[in-house]
Design a protein around this ligand. Sequence first.
Ligand SMILES: *Cc1c(COP(=O)(O)O)cnc(C)c1O
Length: 400
Amino acid sequence: MPENPYAWIDRALNTIHKANWHRQVRAIASKAGPVVELEGRSQINLASNDYLGLAGDERTIAAAVAATQKYGTGSTGSRLLTGHRSLHRQLEEAIAQWKQTEDAIVFSSGYLANFGAIAALTNPRDCILGDEYNHSSLLNGAKASGAAVYTYSHADVADLQEKLQQYRWQYRRCLILTDSVFSMDGDLCPLPEIMDLAHGYSAMVMVDEAHATGIFGDSGSGTVEYFALSDNPPIQMGTLSKALASLGGYVAGSANLIDFLRNRAPSWIYTTGLSPADTAAALEAIAIARSEPQRRETLWHNISQIKDKITEIVTPVNDRLKLLPSDSPILCLQMPDAQSVVTAGKTLQERGIFAAAVRPPTVPTSRLRLTVMATHQPQHLDSLLAAVKSIADDSSKRNL
Ligand SMILES: *Cc1c(COP(=O)(O)O)cnc(C)c1O
């Protein structure tokens, strides 16, 4: 009898279990917010991408409900056929206006935006240079494009220059890809230096603003505004799924670039348009993010409080615990090994705090990843700090 062609899946799954890499979903039973109900318990939420606290806001919810009542649940087709509503265009115009670009295009997810844009911009005659810590959607989009893919050391402009020197002129076009805020570390890419270098080598640059949209710059439009690069901006990609509290992705840039993507990005042409509810929620979230800068102020205040206090707590044990350098709401407490981060994760959970314990191979070193929200209240942050203190005490005891 021939072997069962699916038997390899059992073996692969076994390997995943043996390596302690198996992952499972956990259901949140309440509305999005700074406190959520998880596995029957109320937990302070330090694991969400909803940085401005808009996913549970009455106004974004009302916008989604109204759009659903008007248009129905699904968009029912590709944007080029039955999937386009005036709402989609309004959202694209709102993004372009916010970003100060000529136009923008909305995809059905951030992942699809990266796949589609990279596939449209490059092909096997071209090369792509990407930061080694880039998001999976940039890396896999680059691989799928068929272009030659090279990685440079994390945020290392000298290494990027070396790679440009070595490879750029062996190819027709060159595309540099980088996260602006790195999702697993929380640090910023050196965007002004990258733009300068790219200019000298006639290279395109696309920056992934997933964790910067709504947060950086006075109006919250992202790091191009923050670094004052709007005269000569990179292609700006981002998601509607993080601070904008919805689902979907976008690319913002020149009118010609966007028109080209509408004609050449397969993940835009051959997929169903964003649902009316998601589109309307994102549109409302942009309006709130722009008109309520106090949300950003509170967010940055919360970030600096937590950073300062965690630094105070871990400094006495800083050979075992280290707060990684961060410029964003993503704060990572690095721990010596996978076992200690799993134990620390349990301590947090027992104390009613929901945070991610991230281990290799997802990241190079084990860490607790904490994400701060504008809607965290002082008592939430106090509970977090008390828990971090207990983890630090425990760690210094074990070190004795
Ligand atoms: C989340 C994320 C994406 C994917 O966006 P989705 O809208 O969730 O598909 C892309 N890039 C980065 C850096 C991200 O963090």
